[in-house]
Structure formats: C-alpha cells, structure tokens
Design a protein around this ligand. Sequence first.
Ligand code: FAD
Ligand code: UDP
Length: 378
Amino acid sequence: MFDIVIVGAGLAGSVLAERLAKSGKKVLVIERRKHIAGNCYDEVDSSGILIHKYGPHLFHTDDANIWAYLSQFTEWTLYHHRVKAVIDGKPVPLPFNLNTLHEVFPSSLADKLEAALLRSFEYGKRVPILELKNSADADLQFLADYVYEKVFLHYTEKQWGLPPDKISEAVTARVPILIGRDDGYFSDHFQAVPKFGYAKLVANMLDHKNIKLLLNTDSKEVMELSGEYLRLFRKRFKGRLIYTGQLDELFDKKFGQLPYRSLDMKFETVEAEKFQAAPVINYPNAYDFTRITEFKQIHPTHSPRTTILKEYPQAYVAGMNEPYYPLFTKEARSAYEKYSAELATCKNITAVGRLAEYRYYDMDDVIKRALEVFAALT
Ligand code: FAD
Ligand code: UDP
C-alpha cells in the first residue's frame, strides 16, 4: 500500500514526504505528537500572538535554492533577527561587535581595543571566542577574557551543563565576535519568518493525495524492526523507512541512551503592550533561564498584552521532556557512532534530521539534507 514510511512530521520528514509524493510514491507519515512541523511548530495563543511552542525559530539561509524551495509553500514576513545580551545589568548588541565594545567600555579603552582588533582581523570578519582567546596580543587577550566571562562562560554552563572548552568549538562559534558594526544576529542573505507560521508552511507541504498522515502515533505502535526486517501494521514492509527520530530509540537503546539537552519552556502573558528592548534578550550571568523571547516583536500583532518565553535548560530524561539538542562532546559523538554503524547494516532505512543524525542542524541545514537524501533515493 505504501512505498515509503516516514517517522516524524518535522521539517526533515515533511520535505521528504512532499518530494517523494510529488514523484509518485505513496507515503505514510507517522508522528507521535498531536501536531505536524516538529520543533518549528507554532500556534496563535489566547492573546492572538503567534508563538513558537518549542522556542524561537528564525529562518535564515544563504542558499537561494532552499529559499526558492520553501517559497513554494509560504509567503514571508521579512525579519532581521536582533538579540541583546545583558552585561552588568545593561542589554547590549549580540553577537559582540564594535558597537557592543563602545557600550561596555569607556571610549578611550574601547578605541584602543577596536584598534587592536582591526590590526589583527579584517573588517567584517567573524571570530569565534575560542580563537580570540588564543590571541598573542595583550589587548586582545584582555578583551577575549572579558567576552568569554561576560557572554559565553556562564551562558554555556547554564545551557549545556558544561563549560565552553568541554563541548565542540563549533557550538560557541555559532555566535562569533564580529569585527564590524552590524547588530544583526545572523549574517545570512535570506532572513524571514513564514507569514502564516511554520505549521501552515508544513501543512502546505503535506497537502498531497499521495501522503497519509498518522498523528498521535508512536512508530513503535505500528512498526517493528527485527534484524534487518521491518514490519508495518504486523505485515512485512519491503519499502523504505525514512526515520527522523532518535536513533537510540529505533534500536531499543541497545547501546545505551544517547545524551541530549532539554529545556523547560515557560510562557507568560504580560499585561503590557511591550515587554523588552529586543525580540530576544540573553541573560548569560543572571537567572536560571538563558533567554527571554517576546513573540510580538517577531510577528507584529496589535494586542494590549504580550507573550514572553523563558527557556530553562535541563537534563534530558526520556519520556519526561524533549530532546532539543544533541550533546556535542566527544563521548556523546562516539556513543552515536555505535548506532550509526548499526544503521549502516539496515539497507532499507535512511536516517535524516537533527535527532536522527545527532547534529546541530538549523532549519536550512535540515532542508538541504532532506533534499540531498531525496536526490540520492531517486
Ligand atoms: P524535529 O523538528 O525534531 O522533528 C522530528 C519529529 O519526529 C518530531 O515531531 C517528533 O515528535 C517525531 N518523532 C520522533 N520519534 C518518533 C517516533 N518514534 N514516532 C513518531 N514520531 C516521532 N533552526 C533555525 O534555523 N533557526 C532557529 O532560530 C532555530 N531555533 C531553535 C530553537 C530551539 C530551542 C531548538 C530546539 C531548535 C531550533 N532550531 C532553529 C532548529 C530546528 O528546530 C531544527 O533544525 C528542525 O526543527 C529540525 O527538524 P527535524 O525534522 O530534523 O526534527
Ligand atoms: N552562547 C553563549 N552566550 C550567548 C549566546 C550563545 O555562550 O549569549 C553560546 C552557547 O554555548 C550557546 C551557543 O553559543 O549554546 C549557540 O548559541 P545559539 O544562539 O546559536 O543557540 P540556539 O539558538 O541554537 O539555542
């Protein structure tokens, strides 16, 4: 009946469902949550504000093909993301840039540090904090220690339960120091949010006669993997399984549970038209939450109230909370590699997406991967 079964209706699963259905395949999508769109899911709350249920999702990419692909399913609200970080009680632009430098230091010191930066780096360069910390120049070492302490150390300890040097350098390199004056959080050419939300975008993708969607269904309820054989609704399934969930769950945790990091998302309604000075404000050095998002500033809405979200990092406990982030330690990666090697023995299963590939994928990365997988399968 079905040529392909896809586990997970997030972006990875939905892009593949859409592509395969249009190429004539009959596709079954199984999703354990009561909704589609995975962690990008959004909905209008009781104040009439479009909120992102699993944390703030800002679309950004340099890839014109991905932008064109997604634009088939949505109109856009062009949105250039801005973040501030509170340093010594004052919200200042993040990524730390030359404007930030002049906000946190007296002007003579800021001028001296700016000159030191421009002696060592080209204007416009983005320098990871761990690279700046290796600098031989005494002024740059002073600056690196300051930014490390005020922006990265305590935020990272909160977010990951680990200091920056215990996780992959790529994690803190996502928010580099900018030798420039652009206060934008991302540098990508295309930056936007879907005009009617991500859930609507994904619903448009899945709206095809060849796609059957089963919500509220864990794949374990209808599918069984024994050796390399798959059973679907108790019958042998000879088609392909595209799996976008956690790989340890697919293999019944036979090599142990993979570590993930979770968040407790706490939404609050505030009786004020506006709550804060930027759409997202990070709190590296105070409180148990990492950041506050004000959704009205992402999706402008007329409302006398405003909805904010505080993200409290916590350990992932299976069945209790959500596996938002793979852990980027060497130990976690080698635990994942065991599952990856097991997967390689199953010729009819393809693992795609942030959970299944255990990668720090942004939305555009996931779409790119899904399109590559589609090209390889056809
Ligand atoms: P998911 O969205 O996790 O989808 C996987 C789906 O599979 C889920 O719906 C899950 O319920 C389902 N599933 C799993 N196992 C089973 C099973 N056994 N049976 C049935 N269903 C199953 N990216 C950006 O580009 N910009 C941002 O601003 C941004 N902000 C983010 C903020 C946070 C807090 C987080 C956590 C992520 C953010 N991302 C952002 C990343 C983005 O969420 C991901 O890149 C993208 O959602 C990954 O899509 P996916 O399909 O791989 O995974
Ligand atoms: N980071 C930090 N301080 C900040 C912002 C980010 O230390 O104010 C570090 C932290 O380790 C974080 C990583 O940079 O996990 C990546 O930040 P990003 O904003 O990309 O995280 P995400 O939005 O994916 O949670």
